[in-house]
Design a protein around this ligand. Structure first.
Ligand code: DGJ
Length: 737
């Protein structure tokens, strides 16, 4: 009876939406006029994009009618016979391809039907740059509904999309698929660029053509989004795009756990891209009245190649995606590469002196400062026991904060609060706080296990580690939050019979802790680290000001990694440190680190006089020019994947200042390079080109145009000489109006 009443209410609601529709009527679009008028168009737009949906009067379903270059008049879409592709395809009725959502109802019925109910719009930022729109879909028989959310960022040409799933059935409903977005394309061919790797090999780029069938990019690591595949992709339509040409979509999922991008080319050559949490081993039992909110899929579209797509995402990220993305960052000296676990108070105060001497803002104390019963002298013990190690730091963190302050530098600290070594007091006291399978041996990665963040007591513990430390030492000005392992053999005592919730609940609970911390400490800079770049995603970056891109700091390999990250993440968020990795000159290493958020992780006391002087100048130059790197537009000019060099530049808003970075990689004897045409400058302006970071150590480019003056027009048409016959050389040009 209840179901019958619901059915009547639903049909009534549908009628409200489109009073003239006739569910039994002929297919829409058959005859211009009466029948077509019954369909309804819903349009979302940004400056250059239109995303258009059509509600079919014939079946009440929602279809994606168009996505791409902004349409002036979307009503014309009604003239096509075909309503488009199902906007959020279900499973169980007549959809033969991969669904966006799949559920089994409380009576065992494994099918889902979703019909359009209503659309709401709320403009959220008052300046109408950001608009949040919702489309409500409901099953005509079961009290099960999905709200599709679209947040459009007008000036940035970015769409953020997520879904909210809820029901009012009598008992829990199991949901098996729960995509954040499903977007369709109808192109001749599709070129997918994926970014993959491993520890110390992050963000390798590979492009390939999509063929009929399904292609999946995903991860199943639990505590981190990636290691082998990164939750980002570029999709070029019709033909391969390059930096300045071609239709391209850049997409990324804001989720710090298992993700899945599924690309399915059907028998007609249409492509559906389904993005969201990886449903693998994660069926979710949804209680009546509870909302299952998916993470955001963030994407942009560009008709002018990958460069524009990246700039759209960067602009969006600085304003909306990364904590304090429009602000500034602290340059720092980290001690991980120089000391490892082997330090004491005396050594650290020496490093504080060096921080000051280098002109850096902050000293970041890395791993190894804590634990007493099982001292953290290596990575086999102590994780979880967050008290200062009395032998290394007899006067506690407070002393170091004070000593830093006395030198006019700030103090930052490393933590890894989600983890535990079996050799720790935490493990001894709370064995039930740890993710591990019953009846199976423990499985270690870096000798550690993951804490069960789904347990509220563990959440409180993690919150208190940070809050306790900051309360006791209010002078702490920076945190590096690490996460050195993925989940294996994972089982939560707390979740009992809901083990398939673990991957999802873990991440949401982590966000819960971070939310709470951010309420109390809204602006404290925190670096996101996950044994290198394993957790780089916009779900986490809401809470973090920057991320550690990789433990691999070999500058040549870094050029490729930083190149990869640059497609999706703005330079202000990418931490690059000058270290002793690689055999390249200090200049080359410095120039590579400078193209993002620069820091140092090197033994300063081991530098020669010359090297110290060079570094001090480089830090001063970086501070003078970092605004252009952090907030300017990026133009990738020559890809290291195409040539034996890499060249990129940043240009500030008013086009009065630019910085160009050029790296020669493995040029052969006598190899010559074409001039590089600059981008993003004002053709009418006159610019002085001045080389900075000049060093007599690293060999200079063959032909230097430093000190000369050119018009923007000339620089963008004729270009500059960037590149040398000498491998592993680099040049940085400051280009000023
Ligand atoms: C992994 C990080 O990526 C490194 O930078 C360093 O912090 C170590 N963990 C410390 O254990």
């Amino acid at each position: 009876m209840k179901k019958l009443i619901l059915l009547i209410i639903t049909l009534f609601t549908l009628n409200q939406v489109s009073p003239s529709q006739d569910p039994q009527g002929p297919p829409s679009g058959g005859r211009p006029g009466a029948q077509q008028a019954q369909d309804r168009i819903i349009e979302f737009g940004t400056k250059n994009i239109s995303l258009v949906f059509r509600v079919s009067a014939r079946d009440g379903r929602l279809y994606q009618a168009y996505f791409g270059s902004r349409l002036e008049n979307t009503d014309q879409l009604m003239q096509t016979r075909d309503a488009g592709h199902l906007a959020y395809a279900t499973f169980g009725t007549d959809n033969l391809f991969e669904p966006a959502v799949r559920a089994t109802h409380n009576d065992g019925n494994p099918s889902l039907e979703l019909k359009f109910v209503d659309q709401f719009i709320e403009t959220s930022d008052g300046k109408s740059n950001v608009t949040l729109s919702k489309i409500l879909l409901r099953d005509p028989v079961y009290p099960f509904e999905v709200t599709l959310n679209f947040k459009t960022y007008y000036n940035e040409d970015v769409i953020e999309q997520w879904a909210e799933i809820r029901h009012d059935e009598k008992k829990p409903v199991t949901i098996f698929n729960y995509a954040s977005s499903m977007v369709h394309f109808d192109a001749e061919r599709y070129w997918l660029t994926q970014f993959h790797g491993d520890w110390a090999e992050e963000m390798k780029m590979k492009e390939s053509e999509l063929t009929p069938g399904i292609r999946i990019l995903d991860s199943k690591l639990g505590t981190r989004a990636h290691m082998y595949q990164t939750p980002v992709f570029l999709l070029s339509l019709n033909e391969k795009s390059d930096e300045n040409k071609g239709e391209v979509i850049a997409g990324t999922l804001g989720w710090s756990g298992n993700f899945r991008f599924l690309f399915e080319v059907d028998e007609k050559g249409s492509l559906r891209v389904i993005s969201g949490i990886n449903p693998f081993a994660s069926e979710y039992s949804l209680e009546p009245g509870r909302v299952f909110k998916t993470p955001s899929m963030i994407y942009t579209w560009s008709a002018a190649g990958k460069g524009q797509a990246s700039r759209n995402l960067h602009l969006w990220a600085r304003k909306y995606g990364v904590l304090d993305g429009t602000g500034s960052r602290l340059t720092l000296l980290n001690n991980w590469e120089s000391t490892g676990f082997n330090f004491d108070e005396k050594k650290l105060t020496g490093i504080l002196d060096e921080t000051k001497k280098m002109g850096l803002d902050l000293f970041l104390l890395d791993d190894g400062w804590f634990a007493n019963k099982y001292p953290r002298s290596n990575d086999r013990a102590g994780l979880g026991d967050w008290q200062e190690n009395r032998a290394k730091l007899p006067n506690g963190l407070g002393y170091l904060v004070k000593e830093a302050d006395a030198r006019g530098v700030k103090f930052g600290i490393w933590i890894e609060p989600e983890m535990v070594n079996p050799k720790s007091e935490l493990y001894e006291t709370h064995p039930d706080w740890i993710l591990k399978l019953p009846n199976r041996p423990e499985h270690y990665y870096r000798n550690q296990l993951v804490l069960d963040l789904t347990n509220p007591k563990v959440q409180e513990f993690v919150y208190n580690i940070v809050d306790g430390m900051l309360t006791a030492n209010p002078g702490i000005a920076f945190i590096k939050w690490d996460c050195n392992r993925m989940m294996t053999n994972a089982y939560s005592v707390y979740l009992k019979d809901r083990q398939s919730h673990l991957y999802i609940d873990y991440v949401n609970c982590l966000y819960g802790v971070l939310d709470k911390l951010r309420q109390k400490y809204p602006r404290l800079p925190v670096m996101l680290c996950s044994g290198g770049g394993g957790r780089v995603d916009y779900g986490a970056l809401r809470y973090f000001t920057e991320f550690w891109a990789s433990d691999n700091t070999d500058p040549v390999e870094r050029i490729y990694m930083q190149w990869g990250y640059s497609y999706f993440f703005p330079a202000i968020s990418v931490c690059n440190h000058v270290t002793s990795w690689g055999k390249q000159s200090l200049k080359f290493r410095t120039d590579v680190a400078m193209m993002g958020k620069m820091g140092y992780d090197i033994e300063v006391s081991g530098m020669t006089e010359n090297e110290l002087k060079f570094s001090q100048n480089a830090v001063a130059s970086y501070k003078r020019l970092s605004d252009v790197i952090w907030h300017g537009d990026l133009f990738r000019l020559v890809s290291p994947y195409d040539e034996n060099r890499a060249v990129l530049m940043y240009v500030n808003d008013s086009k009065s200042k630019a910085l160009l970075f050029g790296y020669t990689l493995n040029s052969g004897y006598g190899e010559s390079f074409n001039r590089v045409k600059l981008q993003g400058l004002d053709p009418a302006k006159t610019y002085k080109v001045q080389e900075i970071n000049v060093s007599n150590e690293g060999r200079r480019p063959m032909i230097s145009e430093s000190g000369r003056t050119f018009t923007g027009d000339y620089l963008m048409k004729a270009g500059l000489n960037v590149g040398s016959a000498q491998p592993l050389t680099s040049v940085v040009y400051e280009i000023s109006e």
